[in-house]
Design a protein around this ligand. Structure first.
Ligand code: 1Q0
Length: 211
């Protein structure tokens, strides 16, 4: 990313990801993630094992979008339908389709819940709140349930070197603290809605535990 990270850009991407009839465009969904990756990269090397994983998942989805069946990967809804109808998803254990669009997006989807919980904590935090505590509380409530012990440990180490609350507010490039809090208040319902639409779709199709 040549230009700097801003919360506004993340927000724009997720806003654009929602179609009029509440489908979610994968292209913009991953653009939102791309923006978050650029922010994570600016935090230093401790976070590179996290951003590498996100980047590889973005790449998998991009390959589907630009591949010969790309039109089926326009929205999460069309992807789910296409992959299920054509037996392209490993449902029980990773086998002949270890990197389906459905299981790949599910990983980002779970992480989006973490983001929502973390940003909500940040929004309502006070000056002496610790980002490491906000991050790990949000993590324990969401993603941690899907991660093995070793990853949980590594993530715990990364949380210890997180910048403080002021730095977080500054890097969001959204003005002073009051303005950031306002923007967060505006963005969170949007992120929550994208999350919920995906969650309902995955639940309806029994895809929430894809290996
Ligand atoms: C800013 C601090 C970032 C803190 C990140 C918290 C969660 C971290 C968890 C990451 C674990 C990554 C290691 C790899 C895990 C994979 O095994 C796992 C499963 O995939 P698979 O293929 O093995 O089945 N992958 C995942 O679970 C995906 C994890 C994605 C983590 C996404 C973290 C998103 C962070 C975004 C930047 C936060 C910006 C917040 C503030 C924005 C406004 C300034």
């Amino acid at each position: 990313m040549a230009d700097t990270f801003s919360l506004q850009k993340v927000l724009e991407a997720f806003r654009s990801s929602m179609s009029e009839n509440k489908e979610v465009y994968i292209k913009y969904y991953i653009a939102g993630w791309q923006e978050l990756v650029s922010f994570m990269n600016s935090l230093g090397n401790v976070f590179s094992f996290i951003s590498k994983d996100v980047v590889s998942k973005i790449q998998i989805l991009e390959n589907f979008i630009s591949g010969e069946n790309g039109s089926y990967y326009a929205t999460i809804q069309s992807m789910v339908k296409y992959e299920l109808e054509n037996d392209l998803v490993d449902l029980i254990k990773r086998d002949s389709h270890p990197e389906s669009g459905c299981r790949t997006l599910l990983r980002l989807h779970r992480a989006l819940r973490w983001l929502e919980l973390f940003l909500e904590r940040l929004r309502t935090s006070s000056e002496d709140s610790k980002t490491s505590v906000m991050c790990s509380d949000a993590y324990n409530e969401s993603l941690a349930q899907h991660h093995p012990w070793l990853i949980r440990k590594a993530v715990g180490v990364a949380f210890c070197v997180l910048p403080g609350r002021d730095t977080f507010f500054d890097v969001m490039n959204a003005g002073d603290h009051t303005q950031v809090v306002a923007l967060l208040g505006e963005s969170l319902p949007l992120i929550a809605e994208v999350y919920q639409i995906t969650e309902d779709l995955y639940a309806k199709n029994n895809l929430l535990e894809l290996p």
